[in-house]
Design a protein around this ligand. Structure first.
Ligand SMILES: C[S@@+](CC[C@H](N)C(=O)[O-])C[C@H]1O[C@@H](n2cnc3c(N)ncnc32)[C@H](O)[C@@H]1O
Length: 230
């Protein structure tokens, strides 16, 4: 039964460098090295933290971590759940509300710098490959609400919510479920996004990294649906 789940990375920490940071020396230096204009480069806290701090970038604690989005996407695309055909769509909702759809068959670069180059292309051209009529990666003119509306249930994962129990596992194993996980390093999922969810669960009673939460969630789904772990 292929195509059971949709996954959405919520408020993924991936964005082009905001305009007010373009003249900062750290940004100019990246732009020179990469031979690109600052407006076509993805914000990276490890390179641009001084610029982010100097310009008091709002929500600074959630921004400039495209590496988190990279490893979440790699884990989803390489997961047994996906390889066995149980994921119908993977969406990336970015911190500034851009919605990007990844075909489950997409192979993204494992190398971080090449991934960044690919996502810069997608943010510039709206899709990848850029001249394809059936792109593997595409910006959608949709909101999280629009995406959630395509599924029977939208379940969001946060450590402050009740731990997933027997009835939650049953809910998770039904058809047409969209699973959402935060794609940022610190803080909570925005209220306007959370309120779209039919239910919110935690996978553990402690906060963990997004990648750890995703791996536990994938194991739960793989066990509930395919009985993969006995
Ligand atoms: C690194 S966390 C950000 C939250 C952060 N640790 C905090 O201070 O709350 C990123 C995402 O991981 C997921 N997550 C982290 N711990 C979780 C847990 N115990 N149960 C379910 N999801 C969790 C949530 O989706 C969260 O938005």
């Amino acid at each position: 039964m292929p195509g059971k789940y949709g996954f959405i990375i919520l408020e993924g920490s991936l964005e082009l460098i905001p305009e007010n940071l373009h003249t900062h020396p750290s940004v100019i230096s990246t732009a020179k090295r990469r031979k690109k204009s600052p407006g076509n480069i993805i914000l990276d806290k490890s390179l641009h933290y001084k610029a982010m701090k100097k310009h008091s970038l709002p929500l600074i604690e959630k921004r400039g971590r495209p590496d988190i989005v990279h490893y979440l996407l790699l884990s989803l695309l390489e997961s047994p759940l996906n390889k066995l055909g149980y994921i119908s769509s993977i969406y990336l909702h970015t911190i500034n509300d851009i919605l990007i759809r990844f075909e489950p068959t997409t192979r993204i670069p494992k190398n971080y710098n090449r991934f960044i180059g690919l996502m810069e292309q997608v943010l510039k051209n709206g899709k990848a490959p850029p001249d394809s009529s059936q792109p593997l990666i595409m910006i959608l003119n949709e909101s999280v609400e629009d995406v959630a509306g395509k599924y029977h249930r939208f379940l969001v994962f946060e450590y402050r919510c009740n731990r997933i129990d027997e009835s939650g596992r049953r809910e998770l194993s039904k058809d047409g479920v969209l699973l959402g996980i935060g794609g940022f390093p610190h803080g909570r999922i925005r209220d306007d996004v959370l309120k779209l969810a039919d239910n919110c669960y935690s996978v553990l009673n402690i906060p963990v990294d997004a990648i750890t939460a995703l791996h536990i969630l994938l194991c739960i789904a793989e066990n509930e649906v395919i009985g993969l772990y006995g």
